[in-house]
Write a protein that binds this ligand. Structure first.
Ligand SMILES: CC(C)(COP(=O)(O)OP(=O)(O)OC[C@H]1O[C@@H](n2cnc3c(N)ncnc32)[C@H](O)[C@@H]1OP(=O)(O)O)[C@@H](O)C(=O)NCCC(=O)NCCS
Length: 189
């Protein structure tokens, strides 16, 4: 059972449906699942990482990216998102395996200056053990709106790594910083 990967854009419809249904279940979403909904906006150029168990989708994670501007300088930021394991298949290391594959790609694909995403504080040990992620002293803010989603008010910890040489050179811009993700209302990473 290997972790499989495919760009989200142009993904076969049966796989998209299976992922939407599993995420709906894993995140205990209300209401009906929207089976054909795009997993991510196309401009985020998302990539899917998934594991199947006996033909059934067992675990999923995605990597997607966008540009951010930090103190007037533009950087490409890549995120890990939609990490989930089918509720019946948890505790077997499947979540860890998709996180490892997605994290390796996020760090080494060469697309991104920075890796950043947030999670509940309780999940930090999971991400640390899976792929060495560590919490950073930064706040992610969805956009400039007064009521924008923020990692600190949501009680989330932020994982941040400076990947490219130019991001590492600009490290002081990110130390203790607030990073505006410039996302549409309702979206967060
Ligand atoms: C988080 C999740 C992907 C883990 O999947 P999994 O396949 O069970 O993960 P693994 O088997 O690789 O690792 C399990 C470890 O994660 C820990 N873990 C799982 N969910 C956790 C949670 N909500 N809070 C704290 N720790 C959690 C478990 O304690 C376990 O550690 P242990 O083996 O020391 O007991 C899965 O629980 C899930 O889909 N949760 C709902 C969606 C979600 O919260 N996604 C993360 C968004 S940032």
């Amino acid at each position: 059972m290997n972790v499989l990967t495919i760009p989200c854009e142009g993904m076969p419809q049966p796989l998209r449906r299976e992922i939407n249904a599993m995420l709906h279940l894993a995140y205990r979403c209300d209401g009906e699942v929207s089976p054909d909904e795009a997993l991510h906006r196309p401009e985020l150029e998302a990539r899917a990482f998934y594991l199947k168990d006996n033909g059934r989708l067992a675990a999923y994670a995605s990597v997607f990216g966008k540009a951010i501007t930090q103190q007037g300088r533009v950087f490409s930021l890549g995120s890990l998102g939609c990490v989930a394991t089918h509720p019946e298949l948890r505790g077997r290391g499947l979540g860890e395996r998709v996180v490892v594959a997605a994290s390796d790609w996020l760090r080494t694909c060469g697309r991104y200056d920075i890796a950043a995403f947030s999670c509940d504080a309780g999940l930090l040990p999971f991400y640390r053990r899976a792929a060495g992620w560590e919490a950073a002293d930064v706040v992610l803010v969805a956009n400039e709106n007064e009521n924008a989603l923020r990692s600190d008010t949501l009680g989330k910890v932020v994982m941040l790594e400076l990947l490219s040489g130019r991001a590492r050179t600009a490290e002081p811009l990110f130390r203790g910083a607030t990073i505006n993700l410039d996302l549409p209302p309702g979206e967060f990473v």
